[in-house]
Write a protein that binds this ligand. Structure first.
Ligand code: FAD
Ligand code: PYC
Length: 415
């Protein structure tokens, strides 16, 4: 595959862009692969990419029931941060954040990583204590965050109202190297790199069954026929419970819709990401000028991948005291994704009761930021058959052992 570069752009400009090739192939399924990954979201594609890059395993199919990146990866609000509390989480999310820094070069695709800074507002005494504790923990973990006072918040975000009558801003947890990236580009960049390594991305191909023999996986049934494999990775987020059922086991998680909305585009007015977790709202400004806004999950389990009117009202009402200017904005569009939420708000990366079948799920409302780290860890798990240091604590057996990795504060706004 041709490399994207300034020379390639110049060459194509000179010949009216007639020479670009498709970013990835759309092959027919083979009869058998060494590894099948179910789900071409960010985590599935990243898993395949690091299987190839770190372990030289390239006889891989990534099977997607819709279009690649069309699940939560293409529906999220792109916040990247690693300000988690527990040591295993900080290690995993910081690995991911640091991989985002060089991802454009690693996959030769501009993912528009923008380390513009992320702040989580403290608007109650409880939050001040919580975020000061996180800042201390992050210092010990080598994750650069700090607790800032209201004056610094105002300096960084001039449009904010720090003197709200109900929820004044009392400070914030600030991560300067947090930020955003273009979510579609993350999926497209990994997909192009995987295809270039010879892997097959099979879109419009739904997995309908998991086949096994002698306690081990041997293949999957799909809407494009049966395909055999030696190892299987399930990386299907909100559909994890359904796919696990096909393989004969249950998962300790619930699926709910998480919604977001964007405003009409306006002039640049806010160049950091702000999360207001107590009121359930967060906001950033996209490169197009739209204010990207989100809130909490739906209050009931569901599989609806779309928005609802009450959510617009609830979320904008939550934010308007802190950002009075949004009362004047027209909202352009809204949408939803199905997120897979565990009881301790931490992901599951591990083995399953079925031999040679591995799972990456449970990212809930916060897995975009984790895509490169989650893929890295899942690739190691699949290649070696055992979890490596990044994923060792995240197996689902922790729910039987009562060894929770509680990240309810870090998951914050959306839960
Ligand atoms: P997905 O991208 O959902 O990929 C799973 C894929 O599996 C899908 O494409 C699906 O079609 C496919 N699939 C399912 N079943 C089958 C089957 N039977 N056969 C074949 N394919 C199948 N996280 C952050 O870190 N920061 C944020 O700001 C943020 N904001 C969010 C806002 C919203 C509105 C939403 C919905 C989520 C947000 N998240 C955020 C969470 C984040 O989007 C997810 O955690 C992350 O994208 C999960 O990636 P994934 O690859 O596991 O899942
Ligand atoms: O995990 O940072 C996050 C997040 C923000 C909005 C949804 N998830």
């Amino acid at each position: 595959m041709k490399r994207y570069s300034v020379f390639a752009v110049a060459r194509e400009a000179a010949r009216y862009h007639t020479g670009w090739e498709r970013a990835w192939r759309s092959p027919e399924p083979k009869k058998k692969y060494d590894v099948i990954i179910i789900g071409a979201g960010g985590h599935g594609l990243a898993t395949a990419f690091y299987l190839g890059k770190n372990f030289g395993i390239t006889n891989v199919a990534i099977i997607e029931k819709g279009w690649l990146g069309g699940g939560n990866t293409g529906r999220n609000t792109t916040i990247i941060r690693s300000n988690y509390l527990q040591d295993p989480s900080a290690a995993l999310y910081e690995k991911a954040r640091s991989l985002y820094e060089t991802m454009s070069q690693d996959v030769n695709y501009n993912i528009m990583f923008s380390p513009r800074g992320v702040m989580m507002l403290a608007q109650t005494q409880h939050e001040i204590r919580g975020y000061q504790r996180t800042a201390q923990a992050n210092a010990l973990q080598g994750v650069k965050t700090r607790f800032i006072d209201p004056a610094e918040v105002k300096k960084l975000v001039p449009i904010i109202n720090i003197d709200g009558p109900r929820y004044p801003v009392l400070g914030a947890l600030w991560q300067e190297r947090g930020g955003t990236a273009r979510h579609d580009a993350v999926a497209w960049g990994y997909a192009r790199a995987c295809s270039d390594m010879g892997m097959d991305i099979l879109q419009k191909c739904e997995v309908t069954g998991v086949r096994s023999a002698n306690g081990k996986v041997v293949g999957v049934d799909t809407t494009r026929g049966a395909i055999d494999c030696d190892k299987l990775g399930m990386v299907v987020a909100g559909n994890a419970g359904n796919v696990a059922e096909m393989a004969g086991f249950r998962l300790p998680l619930e699926s709910v819709a998480l919604q977001a909305l964007v405003s009409e585009p306006i002039k640049p007015c806010m160049d950091v990401v702000v999360m207001a977790n107590t009121v359930h709202g967060y906001m950033s400004q996209s490169d197009k000028g739209e204010m990207v806004i989100g809130g909490g999950t739906d209050g009931f389990n569901n599989y609806t991948q779309r928005g609802s009117f009450h959510h617009i009202e609830e979320t904008v009402r939550a934010l308007v005291e802190t950002f009075p200017m949004i009362s004047r904005l027209k909202m352009l569009r809204q949408w939803g994704g199905i997120v897979d939420v565990t009881g301790d708000r931490s992901p599951i990366i591990g083995k399953t009761p079925l031999g040679n079948c591995f799972i990456n799920c449970g990212w809930g409302t916060g897995g975009f930021k984790a895509i490169p780290g989650g893929g890295w860890a899942t690739a190691e798990l699949i290649a070696k058959g055992e979890p490596g240091p990044l994923s060792a604590e995240f197996g689902m057996e922790r729910f039987i052992q009562g060894r929770f990795i509680d990240e309810s504060v870090a998951a914050g706004v959306a839960h």
